[in-house]
Design a protein around this ligand. Structure first.
Ligand SMILES: [Zn+2]
Length: 373
């Protein structure tokens, strides 16, 4: 099983998060079974009523605790404005282009290649390959796996986890969390000349002003900084949307959406509650979409130190983006490390350098050798 070939096949499945992933997971079920994995499908229906499948492949002896999970997601962000078909892998100048090549169908393929390298008899501790849905929109697949997997209920969670997000194969021990909520003002549309309308955006303005105060506090007061991260502050990114209302109509609906990335040790609820109370004060609707914790595994933990050693590095690192580790690190000792660069993830014409495939598989293999053989 070669990761490059498998990645090409996976890119051809359009697995943008909001779509069902049944077809690709049917295919991957066959792939995992063909390399002698016992396979569990963990299914759920998302908030839009779309069926989502997560897969757990397992091989190796049932020797008690320990064991290792290679953890990846199959969903991707949307692909708009590409110069070529984003769902057809193209290899040009040592790079594989295609949506998900880097984030993270390439990495998932490396995990499967690695699982194919070892027979069950060789694995003294179990090796798992876990492939989730909905990572890009809030880790809902990982949550379903953690809560509902019969396999993990039966055998227990493996002791160690490797979340294979693109880190350029550097060991990552901590990342920021992800909070996203929206606040909606309702009004009434009318021709603005008539005086009959009720402008929703006007109602949002006092709330926006208070959100700017929070933004200023978080950016200017260094007690909220965490120098383990680059940048050492959060985003509190404020966006507004009135549906493209034209200027001679009173806007019937105006929505402010805020993205906030809490860091380990932050009092996340303090800021969320301030926003919620402000929304209530001005009669606006508050909706929480994502509230995922930051992740910080002790840099001295065995899995982190193993990752530093395997990569011949001097220390582990932090990143600013979130991963399924927000869920899985509550159940196993987790490190985040994978092929490809986050700079290419989510981009138009996303690509992964071809040398990352073999490098990624070899690094994942070293974890298997350390923790399963
Ligand atoms: Zn990802």
């Amino acid at each position: 099983m070669k990761a490059i070939e498998l990645t090409k096949t996976l890119i051809a499945y359009d697995t943008v998060s909001y779509k069902t992933n049944v077809e690709v997971m049917d295919y991957l079920t066959e792939v995992l079974e063909s390399i002698d994995c016992e396979v569990e499908r963990v299914e759920y229906t998302d908030s839009e009523g779309v069926l989502k499948v997560n897969l757990i492949g397992r091989k190796g002896q049932n020797s008690g605790e320990r064991g290792l999970a290679l953890l990846g997601h199959i969903d991707t962000v949307p692909a708009v404005g590409w110069s070529e078909n984003p769902f057809e892998a193209r290899i040009v100048d040592g790079k594989m282009y295609g949506r998900g090549s880097c984030d993270m169908k390439g990495s998932v393929s490396c995990m499967i290649e690695v699982a194919s390298r070892y027979s069950s008899a060789q694995l003294d501790a179990p090796l798992y390959v876990v492939i989730t849905a909905d990572e890009e929109v809030g880790y809902f697949g990982a949550q379903a796996v953690a809560e509902k997997s019969e396999m993990f209920k039966k055998y227990g969670f493996p002791q160690y986890g490797v979340v294979g997000e693109p880190t350029e194969l550097k060991a990552v021990y901590a990342h920021k969390g992800a909070v996203r909520f929206s606040v909606t003002a309702h009004g009434r549309a009318a021709h603005s000349s008539t005086g009959e309308g009720d402008n929703a955006t006007l109602k949002l303005i006092p709330f926006l002003s208070e959100m700017r105060e929070i933004y200023n506090e978080l950016m200017s007061d260094t007690q909220y900084y965490n120098n383990e991260f680059t940048p050492p502050f959060t985003d509190w990114n404020i966006t507004i949307n009135d549906g493209g209302c034209t200027a001679n109509i009173t806007s019937p609906k105006s929505v402010c959406t805020i993205n906030y990335r809490p860091m380990p040790g932050d009092d996340t609820e303090l800021w969320i509650n301030r926003a919620r109370e402000s929304a209530e004060k001005y009669g606006l609707d508050f909706d929480m979409f994502i509230n995922a914790e930051p992740v910080r595994i002790e840099p001295n933990a065995e899995i982190i130190q193993a990752a530093v050693e395997i990569t011949n590095d001097s220390k582990p690192h932090t990143v600013a983006y979130g991963t399924d580790a927000a869920v899985f690190s509550n159940h196993m000792d987790t490190v985040i490390i994978g092929p490809g660069s986050i700079l290419q993830a989510h981009t138009v014409d996303e690509w992964m350098a071809l040398d990352q495939f073999d490098l990624g598989s070899d690094i994942f293999s070293k974890f298997v050798e350390k923790f399963c053989l």
